[in-house]
Design a binder for this molecule. Structure first.
Ligand code: CP
Length: 309
């Protein structure tokens, strides 16, 4: 089977079959990553550039590791030390890199739609590693793999709550596309000022403003960071009050009368959306999610290389 798309710009463009193919392939790569020799020759002679115009720890390192595990040649580009600082455009930058015979581009950019713009102008396959407040497709895929590992391969009917700053979250957008396509039930919860009004028209999701009710309903909660760097005006009174009303802590989880699983895409604002007693506690699968990021990114790169062959 092959993917229906030659780029991974967003979960919005994927079919249910594409998502299943990526997750099943990732599960196979996860087995490879448990072996003493973790490297396979699948992408030998493929060259991939990692273009990061915005900060990243998890995504950037796991793409690089995934490329190395697949035996690809990799180039790393960091905007802060590049000629973009001298005024070079995104398209000129990428065309210059592609002239060095690069096959695939992994790109993170603060502008929503930047990878979609590039896809219209360059022949290389593009993987979106997060664009502005639009999408972060590989994050949603690694979260789906993590839910499958906890609850089984079928995501249909699984109850997932997505909590916090939905308005500024590309993870929430990709999650909503993925989970609803796969038949999961989704509740969005958080302060009314951080939840877009259009949401229930665009997606088959419920909205809940009481965080405890959302947690009581769900099997798994994805707790999102307040995207402080994207807030140009205050949308809640203070971080302290946000934590009191919407923060997830052990006392709150103990009051639910049931066990739920806690995810977080990282980086965590400890003591704001999530307290350390939960982030580091037994309900948390935050670090296993990061581990799954390598297998998911291996699957995406492998399948796109196959699709574009
Ligand atoms: N989850 C995520 O995108 O983390 P980074 O910003 O560290 O890549």
């Amino acid at each position: 089977m092959k993917l229906s798309t030659r780029n991974l710009l967003g979960i919005r463009d994927l079919t249910k079959e594409d998502i299943t193919l990526i997750l099943d392939t990732a599960a196979q790569f996860k087995e490879v990553l448990q072996r003493p020799v973790k490297k396979v020759p699948s992408l030998r002679d493929v060259t991939i550039v990692n273009l990061f115009f915005e900060n990243s720890t998890r995504t950037r390192m796991s793409f690089e590791l995934a490329e190395k595990r697949l035996s690809a040649d990799t180039l790393n580009f960091s905007a802060s030390s590049s000629s973009t600082k001298k005024g070079e455009t995104l398209l000129d930058t990428v065309n210059n890199i592609l002239s060095m015979k690069v096959d695939m581009v992994v790109m993170r950019h603060s502008a929503s739609g930047a990878p979609h713009f590039l896809a219209k102008h360059i022949p290389a396959a593009i993987v979106n590693a997060g664009d502005g407040i639009n999408e972060h497709p590989t994050q949603a895929l690694l979260e789906a793999l993590s839910i499958q590992e906890r609850f089984g391969r079928n995501l249909e009917g699984r109850k997932v709550a997505i909590l916090g700053d939905i308005s500024h979250s590309r993870v929430a957008m990709s999650d909503m596309y993925l989970l609803t396509k796969m038949g999961a039930e989704v509740t969005i919860a958080g302060p009314p000022t951080l939840i877009p009004k259009y949401l229930t028209d665009a997606f088959d999701v419920r909205v809940e403003y009481d965080i405890k009710k959302a947690l009581q309903w769900c099997d798994v909660a994805n707790v999102l960071r307040i995207q402080l760097e994207r807030l140009d005006q205050p949308l809640f009174s203070s971080l302290r009050e946000y934590n009191l009303q919407y923060g997830v802590n052990r006392k709150l989880l103990e009051s639910l009368g049931k066990e739920i699983t806690i995810m977080h895409p990282g980086p965590i604002n400890r003591g704001v959306e999530l307290d350390s007693d939960v982030a580091d506690g037994p309900c948390s699968i935050i670090l296993p999610e990061v581990e799954n990021g390598v297998a998911v990114r291996m699957a995406v790169l492998y399948l796109l290389a196959d699709r574009n062959n």
